[in-house]
Design a protein around this ligand. Structure first.
Ligand SMILES: [Zn+2]
Length: 159
């Protein structure tokens, strides 16, 4: 087989850049209601970082998550090719994207693209710190048997 297989492995530098960037993004979280800050960072195929934070609204349904903020920022600027996503919160354990974000990610990212879930205490350096490691997953794991754009291209009975 000579099929080129795209590697979805991030370098250590790319991973650290994504982690640093999602923490930076979290600083701009607007979450006065939940007080649950979330930061997300996307790494584009051409090496750019696009950051997003959760932005809440007094009309709660108007709230947008950090992951969708980052994707909307990127896509609305013509960027649709990504190699990784990192997400962090203030929880000292990996926190994974909500269902709505998983579907939103599905629209623009490969099932194999690494998604790095970073505990909020990643940079803490306490002696008694019981740090949980980062979790590297992907959309295929987070949203199995998913429905995506290509499903709309499947042949079907005319309506
Ligand atoms: Zn979400």
């Amino acid at each position: 087989m000579t099929t080129a297989i795209k590697s979805w492995t991030l370098s250590a530098e790319q991973q650290e850049l994504l982690i640093k960037s999602c923490f930076e993004a979290k600083e701009f979280s607007y979450s006065p209601y939940s007080k649950f800050r979330v930061g997300a960072a996307l790494l584009t195929t051409d090496g750019r970082i696009i950051k997003g934070a959760n932005i809440e609204n007094a009309s709660y349904g108007g709230t947008i998550c950090a992951e969708r903020t980052a994707l909307v920022k990127a896509v609305s600027e013509g960027i649709r090719s990504f190699v990784g996503l990192a997400v962090t919160t203030d929880v000292a354990a990996p926190t994974s994207p909500c269902g709505m974000c998983r579907q939103f990610i599905r629209e623009f990212c490969s099932n194999e693209m690494p998604i790095i879930l970073v505990p909020g205490d990643y940079y803490d350096t306490g002696e008694d710190s019981k740090k949980v490691p980062i979790q590297v997953t992907n959309l295929g794991e987070l949203l199995p048997f998913s429905f995506g754009p290509e499903d709309l291209e499947l042949p079907r009975k005319p309506s």
